[in-house]
Design a protein around this ligand. Structure first.
Ligand code: AMP
Length: 297
């Protein structure tokens, strides 16, 4: 399966791409990630891209087309891939059509995640806060100023792709404002309708991996609490310890009671014998009364 995820920064393309990777065993090809790796490694491509990326502009088409073409040829991409952040311009889309044709590969679908622009700034701010919380390095282009520029370049250079793929009957638009698992389910339904995936993939499993992704991404209090509860469940609680102790003491008490009963029985027997003797010796008192009296002592 080969699909493109289309959407502005903060629309959830990365999150959904990761879920689709888990679900369908295909690879995520994110030009943003590849460029960031090139910047970190200080490669010629990285040196070229560094400033452009930091300011929120777009890296030249030939650079990204080159890295995508090489990446598609890697063995792990044979099973299929999700393009995340590529193509971003009409010339990139045309170049992709060309290179897929040359490689005899077919594009199954283009999924557009449509989001409310006013929510994007909030989403990116949340992403930054969560990355900081996890101790991860924050992207230099995840600031309100750069985001505004990235949004502007999306509108002017990437949005025309909606028309491009719609004309070629490849476009499916999904409401990206829904919860993560709902978006995942909607994408899955769409891929099923297009015949891009087998119907065997189960909704529940999908929801579970989406939930996992949510907690992994957000590192929510809930996830932390669940982890703590799991750990605690393995340890015997104070109450459990108390219960075990009291069970032990109950056992002890029962044993003691049994011993007491046995002692009483022996005592009774011991008392009975001299009573019989007393009768024999001609005592007028009834053996029963004697027994009672002696037992009382
Ligand atoms: P992303 O992680 O997809 O948001 O990309 C981060 C930055 O990498 C973008 O703001 C661009 O500067 C650059 N970039 C990523 N993909 C492309 C692309 N297909 N074309 C041009 N620039 C790109």
């Amino acid at each position: 399966m080969r699909i493109i995820l289309l959407g502005p920064p903060g629309s959830g393309k990365g999150t959904q791409a990761q879920l689709l990777v888990q679900r369908y065993g295909i690879v995520q090809l994110s030009t943003g990630e590849m460029l960031r790796a090139a910047v970190a490694a200080g490669t010629p491509v990285g040196l070229k891209a560094k400033e452009i990326m930091a300011s929120g502009g777009l890296v030249p088409d030939e650079v990204v087309v080159g890295i995508i073409s090489d990446r598609i040829d890697q063995p792990d991409a044979k099973n299929g891939f999700i393009l995340d952040g590529f193509p971003r311009t009409v010339p990139q889309a045309e170049a992709l059509d060309d290179l897929l044709r040359h490689k005899h590969l077919r594009l199954d679908a283009v999924i557009e995640l449509r989001v409310n622009e006013s929510a994007l700034l909030n989403r990116v701010e949340t992403r930054v806060a969560q990355m900081l919380e996890r101790g991860e390095e924050v992207r230099v282009d995840d600031t309100p100023e750069v985001l505004t520029k990235r949004l502007a370049s999306y509108r002017s250079q990437t949005e025309p792709l909606i028309h491009y793929y719609s004309e070629r009957r490849k476009l499916s638009t999904i409401d990206g404002m829904m919860a993560i698992d709902e978006v995942t389910r909607a994408i899955h339904r769409q891929l099923l309708a297009l015949g891009a995936v087998e119907p065997k993939t189960h909704g529940k499993t999908l929801a579970r991996s989406a939930a996992k992704a949510t907690s992994a991404k957000t590192g929510t209090k809930k996830a932390k609490a669940a982890k703590k509860a799991k750990k605690a469940a393995k340890k015997p609680t104070k109450t459990a310890k108390k219960a075990a102790k009291s069970a032990k003491s109950t056992k002890k008490a029962k044993k003691a009671k049994k011993a007491k009963k046995a002692a009483k029985k022996t005592a009774k027997k011991a008392v009975k014998k001299p009573a019989k003797k007393a009768v024999k010796k001609g005592s007028k008192k009834s053996p029963k009364k004697v027994t009672k009296k002696r037992a009382k002592r």
